[in-house]
Design a protein around this ligand. Sequence first.
Ligand SMILES: O=C(O)CCC(=O)C(=O)O
Ligand SMILES: [Fe+2]
Length: 352
Amino acid sequence: MGSVCLLSRLSFFLGTILVSALLALVTVAITLGGLPADRWHARRLLREHDPNAETVLAMQLYYASLETKPKWLDRLARLFRVRHLLVEDEDITSWVGKYDIKNVPPITNEDLESEKAKMIQRLWRGTRARAAYQAKVDEALEAEEDRSKYLHQHGLTELSVQISRAFDTVSLMIIAPAYFVTITVLLVIGSRRMLGESTDVFADVSDGLLFRRGGRGCRGEPDQANVFPPIPPVAEALLRRIRSLSTLAFPGQPALRHRRPLFDAMAVNRYSEGGYTKAHVDLLQYDDGIAIVSLVAPATLAFRMDGKCVRVRLGVGSLLMMCGSARYEWTHEVERVHKDERVSVVLRKLVQ
Ligand SMILES: O=C(O)CCC(=O)C(=O)O
Ligand SMILES: [Fe+2]
């Protein structure tokens, strides 16, 4: 009797502990495990790869299951499809010029056109100057009775005059057109390489996004839109979501976490299949504390330093935040993308 009572008490006790433990586990899972949808959870990445934890301030990866696509993403996606050709738009030129950003060379089709025009003018002036000089020589030769005396006075010979004439004719008929064609071809190829195939600079100005096709003439590089302060309303929702993480973001760097604004520059990268970026450290015009949001398709970002490599799978809707050595000492590169399209949004803060 006594032993049965003891047994039932023990089982009740154990049962209570089990249920409490289960409840605690579920709570922890919900808090940390990204449930319900839309809750971010973080994983620190570099610390385990770098024995010198001091230098590894932070590279964090957050996941959010973006089951319901935020509206702004739809708008963004539409934006990529509608590419307005705004080559002749004055606003765009001043807009690019205004921010003198190093990785966006302020070159528009207009610049290239005026460069071409200048070269043609120079060529034309040169040809005209030579023709005028020739005319003067001819005139003088005609006026001068003693032709050989004139030639002698000017250090010329019959042969040199003939050669000079022949040269001018050749130059006018062959060299000038060839020069013109070469310059034009070079400029056309150059502008294509710099600005893309048929659409050169494309943008939706209402959203403040200016897209530049490809990066630095490199085929695989993504199309990029750079937006400088203020970040356009299209990304407000995203910014709010990231700000809501501010208690977690950038561990060990409260100054970054509390800075206002958290970010004021945004880059939107659009990769086609096979697109990639070369290993780089982001430009120093941007402050520490950078966020990368991956959308539409996943990608792998490889971080490298001193022969070490950390490959990070960036799922759709993931947010990678980097600061300290992850931002300054490790290079990062996006490996070739295997889907039709991947979009990333990079948020940064310009150095004051
Ligand atoms: O597309 C990405 O995930 C990263 C892009 C990047 O590194 C950059 O724009 O600096
Ligand atoms: Fe980068």
